[in-house]
Design a protein around this ligand. Structure first.
Ligand SMILES: NC(=O)C1=CN([C@@H]2O[C@H](COP(=O)(O)OP(=O)(O)OC[C@H]3O[C@@H](n4cnc5c(N)ncnc54)[C@H](OP(=O)(O)O)[C@@H]3O)[C@@H](O)[C@H]2O)C=CC1
Ligand SMILES: CC(=O)N[C@@H](CCC(=O)OP(=O)(O)O)C(=O)O
Length: 317
């Protein structure tokens, strides 16, 4: 059977990339909306109900509306927005976060694609909380820099209009109430939300995030090697994981420079552990593409899982 896929918001930043990734697939047909009708509710409703899987690449309110417009009992949904990430009845589409998550996604009718920022935090913290190397009430700080495409079409236009005159390093969300905090705390199994300071840089795409840890605040103070082993073991056990853990070498901390653009165009996330055991300090960094693993790559990975095909179809890395 050829599955019908409708990308609601296919002309936007995330939608376009999903479209490009799916080009050439023979096991599915992308049904498209005429550009001039992309906000026509009746036409969207017709296509949403004609699809086997609808992928929503829309602002939150429009994504909620799309779900309401589905009247049948068959259309399955992948929502790239923030609207349903901690909602009842939705599977969280971060397949690597748990050994059973791929199966959850495979069975689900409704899948919420994760936010780009939460993925770096959940990937680093959840395995440590589960291994009891990090208490759930640890006062985490989480930082990172993202390319400006993370802000969608409007931010892309703003940055590109300013060119080299745009700020190279722009912290934002400094009220510490970013919309991603609920999913971060929930899926990283934290009972205390992290202090999150995101930064946008003057480059289009890619991100590096950083989770600093004071290891002497943890019982049975772990070493850098313990932290690395917990992460490496966790992801080695996840089938078809796109999350990799770089080899641990304490000396690398002196020379490492983590390029946020290193995984652009791929669905890969690499975790790096840096530590100083004498000082009991560590940092877990994550490098990935905000539009890849952070958005369209994850959506295609989830689609593949839902359709029961190889999770690596249409994904480069
Ligand atoms: N960019 C990123 O890195 C990531 C984005 N996301 C999420 O994915 C979703 C899409 O983001 P992104 O692609 O960046 O955003 P864009 O602004 O680039 O694209 C959104 C698209 O939705 C269209 N649209 C807006 N309102 C409606 C409506 N009522 N009905 C139909 N279409 C509508 C827009 O059309 P028009 O431009 O004409 O208004 C545009 O084509 C958002 O919820 C975002 O939060 C998730 C992870 C990462
Ligand atoms: C640079 C930038 O503005 N990034 C966006 C996040 C993009 C993303 O992944 O978030 P959603 O999936 O929830 O939209 C932000 O911080 O709001």
């Amino acid at each position: 059977m050829v599955a019908k896929i409708f990308i609601d918001g296919e002309a936007g930043t995330t939608g376009l990339q999903i479209r490009e990734r799916l080009a050439g697939r023979r096991d599915l047909e992308v049904i498209s909306i005429a550009p001039e009708k992309r906000k026509d509710q009746a036409e969207r409703q017709r296509l949403l109900n004609a699809a086997d899987v609808a992928i929503l690449c829309l602002p939150d309110d429009a994504a909620r509306e799309s779900v309401r417009l589905i009247e049948n009992h068959t259309t399955r949904v992948i929502d790239a927005s923030t609207a349903h990430r901690v909602a009842e009845g939705w599977a969280y589409g971060f397949a690597e976060m748990d050994i059973d998550q791929t199966e959850e996604i495979r069975k689900a009718r409704y899948v919420a694609n994760p936010g780009c920022w939460p993925q770096g935090l959940i990937a680093a913290a959840r395995p440590l909380v589960e291994a009891r190397l990090l208490p759930g009430d640890y006062p985490l700080s989480y930082h990172g820099i993202s390319g400006y495409s993370g802000g969608g079409r409007q931010m892309i236009e703003d940055y590109e209009a300013q060119g080299t005159g745009a700020s190279q390093f722009m912290p934002y969300a400094l009220t510490f109430a970013h919309k991603h905090l609920p999913e971060m705390a929930h899926y990283a199994r934290l009972n205390r939300a992290p202090l999150f300071e995101p930064v946008v840089g003057n480059f289009a795409q890619g991100m590096t995030t950083s989770l600093p840890l004071h290891l002497d605040m943890v019982a049975d103070i772990p070493t850098g090697r313990d932290i690395h082993a917990a992460l490496a073991d966790f992801y080695a056990a996840i089938p078809d994981s796109f999350v990799r853990v770089a080899a641990y070498d304490p000396a690398l901390g002196k020379t490492a420079a983590l390029d946020p653009q290193a995984h652009n165009g791929t669905n890969t996330m690499t975790l790096h552990v840096f530590a100083n055991d004498e000082r009991n300090q560590a940092v877990i960094a994550a490098v990935y593409d905000n539009l890849g693993k952070g958005a369209s790559g994850a959506a295609v990975q989830n689609l593949n899982i839902m359709l029961g095909v190889d999770p690596r179809e249409s994904l480069e890395g």
